[in-house]
Design a protein around this ligand. Structure first.
Ligand code: ADP
Length: 334
């Protein structure tokens, strides 16, 4: 089963890659970040120097990887891609860093998940363009400083607050990506439909956008599912009714909640009486990793006013009971 899943993930990634905007001006929405980045890049180009390191933060699927690729493209530089979890040892990172060429962009996804020794090596490299290569072992070991050509790190993280201050401080520019408005998602969808050459009607685009949790990745994924439905069960046109029927099959409700979101809400309301309940306990109850619940489901549920975060844990907001069609509990005596 995991092989089939891996294959499906591959396909999804390829489908996603085909829809990525290549230049800053094609990147929809996020006007503030786009504006700021365009200045940083133009200034660097004018000076003929590598720009400051860039940190991008925000929930998954909002365009961090896409922006990293765009940064390299706008600079006419090549891009090297790695991620926090992919770097097991500081030595792995040293190898990547020491092979960088002048002006290259190094994208580090999930940078908050770098192990401590790698993190320390990275901030020295970012600050002084130097890595200390350790030769030998034990008492006889010595560090040989190796200087690096100027390069730019683009780090991505789901929460900037997770980064230790010394690392965070090495970034000259931090862009916070926020959930997209529905009309921006509609533009993402119309653009994607054009690239995929599928006939997407305006009202269908609006319907898909409103159920995409403010997230372009989800919008594009739902678009592909609606296309599947239209081709197999419809007449090939992506109409409002095709969109509604497809989204029902895929269990995406009118508010855009999917199965994981609903199971989090259900666990909160039914198993824990509305909370407060700790993140780990909640994650175990829905059979997910705490990080998945925290970064994938929670930001949207909080923004929608369905879940609250308190010092004592997560709580169901009154709207959560309404959304699940449950009776709100009587207010507790306090
Ligand atoms: P992240 O790295 O933040 O998880 P990605 O950069 O991988 O997100 O974006 C996910 C998908 O959403 C990509 O396929 C990309 O095509 C699309 N996407 C993201 N942001 C935008 C945008 N502003 N305009 C158009 N498409 C976007």
């Amino acid at each position: 089963e995991s092989l089939v899943r891996a294959g499906a993930d591959e396909l999804e990634r390829a489908a996603e890659a085909a829809l990525r905007p290549r230049r800053l001006e094609e990147f929809v929405g996020q006007r503030v970040v786009r504006d700021q980045l365009s200045l940083v890049l133009q200034a660097a180009l004018n000076r003929g120097r590598a720009p400051d390191h860039v940190l991008l933060s925000g929930p998954p699927g909002l365009g961090k990887t896409t922006l990293a690729m765009i940064i390299a493209a706008e600079l006419g530089a090549s891009l090297r891609v790695t991620s926090g979890p992919a770097i097991q040892h500081a030595g792995d990172l040293a190898a990547v860093l020491s092979s960088l060429e002048e002006g290259e962009v190094l994208f580090i996804d999930e940078i908050h998940r770098l192990a401590r020794p790698a993190e320390e090596l990275l901030y020295v490299a970012m600050e002084d363009f130097r890595v200390d290569v350790v030769v030998g072992k034990g008492a006889g070991a010595s560090a040989i400083p190796l200087s690096l050509p100027p390069f730019t790190v683009v780090g991505a993280t789901t929460r900037a607050g997770l980064l230790p201050a010394p690392l965070r401080d090495r970034f000259g520019f931090t862009g916070h990506l926020d959930f997209y408005a529905d009309d921006e998602l509609e533009r993402v969808l119309m653009r994607s439909a054009g690239l995929l050459d599928v006939p997407l009607e305006g009202r269908a685009a609006a319907e898909i956008a409103s159920r995409s949790r403010g997230t372009p990745r989800i919008a594009n994924r739902l678009l592909r599912r609606v296309r599947d439905w239209a081709e197999v069960r419809g007449d090939g046109r992506l109409t409002l009714s095709a969109a509604r029927a497809a989204l029902e099959v895929y269990e995406v409700d009118e508010r855009g909640l999917d199965r994981l979101d609903r199971s989090v809400l259900q666990a909160l309301c039914l198993r824990f009486g509305g909370g407060p309940v700790g993140l780990t306990t909640l994650a175990v109850a829905v059979g997910e990793e705490p990080e998945t619940v925290e970064t994938v489901a929670e930001p949207f549920l909080v923004r929608e006013g369905l879940v609250g975060r308190t010092p004592r844990g997560r709580v169901a907001m009154p709207a959560a009971w309404d959304h699940l069609g449950l009776e709100r509990p009587a207010p507790a005596d306090t």
